[in-house]
Design a protein around this ligand. Structure first.
Ligand code: G6P
Length: 497
């Protein structure tokens, strides 16, 4: 594992990191053998997990399951020490009544904010912000306050704390905290894209102002891409009075404070990902997958989620087989799909559309012994990593997305000099471009062409491209992501309390 820069190590020795995210590193389930722990799913946990190797952060997260709530009740206000390999955390749960969690998570965070951040609303019709949504907004405020109360307790007992708040579920935490801790170092980091001001106007002004001004009570606001950072600067000057934005230096002056707006593209720890991709479990998965691999394989790994653009990806593959029938029985599409967030009708509809698209392709292009598309639905991280060792093409074609860490994992574990077909909407595009196989996400023809280019690329060209991308991801790994943030915390001469 890459080491942190010495400046970062020193900073971490003298300060207590407090990570704050809705989902924590582990889910606890009540089973007949007692409480059982499993790895929390989702991108945020993948990205923050390695931080536990460099520091022993307090990690504040919502108690989401019955198991979490039980554990939280047993532990009271004492954080729970959790060790895993060489990572360790002090886990602190936030108790939120399930009825409040429902409005906070299932109405405001998803779908309202998630859909807004990914441009997914069909705006002539939706969203409709009526009494139910306003009630849920009250719950979002309440849940964020509950988080702020717990973080505040941790801040009071920590030595020189630095608070790192993650993502759109927790926009309001910083504002709450700042009232009590005027000198505390607070950073907010958004893992999703930040939308343009025109699109954000779909939210009522009160909501927009609350979100943006809370982020401005931080010392630093971090984003994945330049595009998101610029959108945020524009939102600050469009929606709040008495704000001065310095676009050259990425600084917002507001209420007598300064907020630095910075770009920190999240990454992975290549060594850890490689180890997992070669673990005994991964070898077993490869054996299981062996009968499904074809001469050449297009692979994708995504949660079932409209912003991932899975249906258009299948349609592009169908066009490819139409144009190049010689590829039939030689090129298969293996899709590793993680089940969608439950309880959101749009996701259920999208899942149906995916299954229908797959069915059409298998009927149109398949034979009795060859299925062009094979999907594996489940939360099987190691299986997906194992499969990515063998891709010839990795398709990552989101409409718009935060980072698409999978594009980095793929580049690191692949063993066939496979080619990445990457959408301009992917967060990783800013780092990994230019690519001979980049695509515009709605362009089905263009995506079919890119798949063909990738499948037929001369070996030397593929090897050169794969090596360049590998170097890039190795150089810009999680340690560098953390270094950049810690360096900024230090160099902004923020008053560390
Ligand atoms: C993805 C996104 C994160 C987001 C998370 C929420 O991983 O990249 O930005 O926080 O989803 O997922 P959840 O399942 O916890 O709602």
């Amino acid at each position: 594992m890459t080491e942190l820069e010495s400046g970062s190590q020193e900073l971490l020795r003298g300060h207590q990191l407090i990570l704050v995210s809705n989902r924590g590193p582990y889910d606890f389930e009540v089973t007949e053998h007692g409480l059982e722990r499993s790895r929390g799913s989702g991108g945020v946990v993948t990205v923050l997990g390695p931080v536990g190797r460099y520091a022993r952060p307090v990690w504040v997260a919502a108690a989401r399951s019955e198991g979490d709530r039980q554990l939280a009740a047993e532990q009271g206000r004492e954080p729970i020490p959790v060790e895993e390999g060489d990572a360790s955390f002090l886990l602190r749960f936030v108790g939120i009544p399930p009825s409040v969690y429902e409005g906070y998570y299932n109405v405001i965070s998803n779908p309202l904010l998630w859909f807004l951040h990914h441009y997914m609303w069909d705006t002539p019709r939706e969203p409709r912000i009526g009494p139910e949504e306003w009630d849920a907004w009250g719950m979002y405020v309440e849940a964020n306050r509950a988080f702020a109360r717990v973080v505040s307790e941790e801040v009071r007992r920590a030595e020189r704390p630095i608070v790192l708040i993650q993502d759109y579920q927790l926009y309001l935490v910083a504002g709450e905290l700042r009232r009590e801790h005027p000198d505390l170092t607070i950073q907010f980091f958004l893992h999703t894209p930040f939308p343009s001001s025109d699109y954000l106007r779909v939210l009522p002004l009160d909501m927009r102002q609350a979100l943006v001004s809370s982020v401005l009570s931080c010392d630093i606001a971090g984003f994945q891409t330049n595009r998101s950072a610029v959108n945020f600067l524009r939102a600050a000057s469009s929606f709040l009075p008495d704000v001065r934005v310095d676009y050259d230096f990425g600084i917002v002056h507001h209420d007598g404070r300064q907020t630095a707006v910075r770009i920190y593209p999240v990454s992975i720890d290549p060594e850890t990902v490689r180890e997992l991709a070669h673990s005994p479990e991964a070898e077993r998965e490869l054996e299981f997958l062996a009968p499904y691999f074809c001469e050449q394989n297009i692979v994708r790994v995504d949660r079932i989620e409209p912003s991932k653009n899975i249906v258009r990806g299948f349609e592009a593959y169908s066009v490819l087989l139409e144009r190049h029938p010689e590829l039939k029985e030689r090129v298969r599409f293996l899709a590793f799909l993680i089940p969608p967030r439950p309880g959101i009708p749009e996701y259920d509809r999208y899942q149906d559309e995916i299954m229908a698209a797959m069915g059409r392709i298998n009927i149109q292009h398949g034979t009795s012994y060859w299925h062009p598309v094979q999907a594996f639905v489940g939360n099987e991280y190691v299986r997906a990593l194992a499969a990515m060792r063998r891709y010839d093409v990795l398709l990552v074609n989101p409409v718009i997305d935060g980072m698409n860490v999978v594009s980095k994992e793929g580049v690191i574990v692949n063993e066939r000099d496979g080619v990445l077909v990457l959408s301009e909407g992917a967060g990783s595009y800013e780092q990994l471009a230019p690519l001979p196989t980049s695509v515009s996400p709605a362009d089905i023809e263009g995506t079919a062409d890119a798949l063909y280019t990738a499948l037929t690329m001369p070996e030397s060209e593929r090897a050169e491209l794969a090596a360049r991308l590998r170097r890039k991801v190795e150089q810009e790994d999680t340690a560098r992501w953390l270094d950049a943030q810690l360096r900024d915390i230090e160099s902004l001469s923020v008053e560390l309390s």
